[in-house]
Write a new protein. Structure first.
Length: 215
C-alpha cells in the first residue's frame, strides 16, 4: 500500500482511534483508496469491520490498476493506494509517498482446454516457453513430458495476459524471468511488458476455467 505522508498519518490516527474528537465534529468521514483488484476482498472486510467500531468512518476503494493508482495518489487524489509493484525512488520523492507492506497474495495461471477434464501440470520453464511463443499447441512435447498420462488434443494455445499497467504483470514476469533466462533477456520484469504472443484481456470474475498446478 502506498500513501501520501500526511494522509498516512491520518490513516494511522484512524486505526488507533485517536481521531474521535475529529469524528464527532463531522457527520461522516470517507477514506478513499484506489489500486489493483487483488486486495479488494481484504479492504472490503477491513472497511466493514472498522465501520462497526467507528460508524462515522467509511472506506471506499476504487479498482483503477496499480499504475493509475500511483498517478492519482501522487496528485493528491485519494488517501491511499493498493498495488503489487514497489514504488521507484522517483515516485517516492516526486509524489511524496510512503509504502507499507500489508498482505501477501498468490498468483495462479489458469487454462481452459476444450474437452479435457484432467488436471494439467506446468513448470515455470514451460510457462515461459508458452509466453515466448515457443510452445504453440496443447500436445507439444514439453507439455506431454509433464503430463504422461493425459491425452492432449492437437489444438492451438491461445495466450492471454493482463492489460498494461496491472501489478500482476510485474509479479508474473518476475516469476517467468526467474524461471527462464531467455524470458528475462527478451521480455524482462515489467508492469507493461511487450509480450511476444497473445492478446490482452481484462479481468473477469465470471470465467472459471480449470486451474493448473505449477511444479
Amino acid at each position: 500500500m502506498f500513501a501520501r505522508i500526511l494522509k498516512a498519518a491520518l490513516a494511522l490516527l484512524l486505526a488507533t482511534g485517536l481521531c474521535q474528537s475529529t469524528c464527532l465534529a463531522q457527520d461522516a468521514i470517507t477514506v478513499v483508496g484506489s489500486g489493483g483488484s487483488s486486495p479488494v476482498p481484504v479492504f472490503h472486510i477491513w472497511g466493514q469491520e472498522y465501520n462497526k467500531r467507528q460508524p462515522k468512518i467509511q472506506m471506499e476503494y476504487l479498482v483503477l490498476g496499480t499504475s493509475d493508482s500511483i498517478a492519482q495518489i501522487s496528485k493528491g487524489s485519494g488517501d491511499f493506494g493498493g498495488g503489487d509493484v514497489s514504488l521507484t525512488s522517483q515516485q517516492r520523492s516526486s509524489g511524496n509517498l510512503v509504502e507499507l507492506p500489508i498482505m501477501l497474495i498468490g498468483l495462479v495461471p489458469i487454462y481452459n482446454v476444450p474437452g479435457l477434464h484432467q488436471e494439467l501440470r506446468f513448470s515455470g520453464s514451460l510457462l515461459a516457453q508458452i509466453y515466448l511463443g515457443d510452445v504453440k499447441t496443447w500436445n507439444s512435447p514439453q507439455i506431454a513430458q509433464l503430463n504422461p498420462n493425459v491425452t492432449l488434443p492437437d489444438l492451438p494455445i491461445k495466450v492471454v495476459y493482463r492489460t498494461a499497467g496491472k501489478g500482476t504483470n510485474y509479479i508474473f514476469t518476475d516469476f517467468l524471468s526467474k524461471a527462464s533466462s531467455r524470458f528475462h533477456e527478451q521480455v524482462g520484469v515489467n508492469i507493461a511488458p511487450n509480450w511476444p504472443v497473445g492478446v490482452a484481456t481484462e479481468r473477469s470474475a465470471d470465467q472459471s476455467p480449470a486451474r493448473g498446478r505449477a511444479v
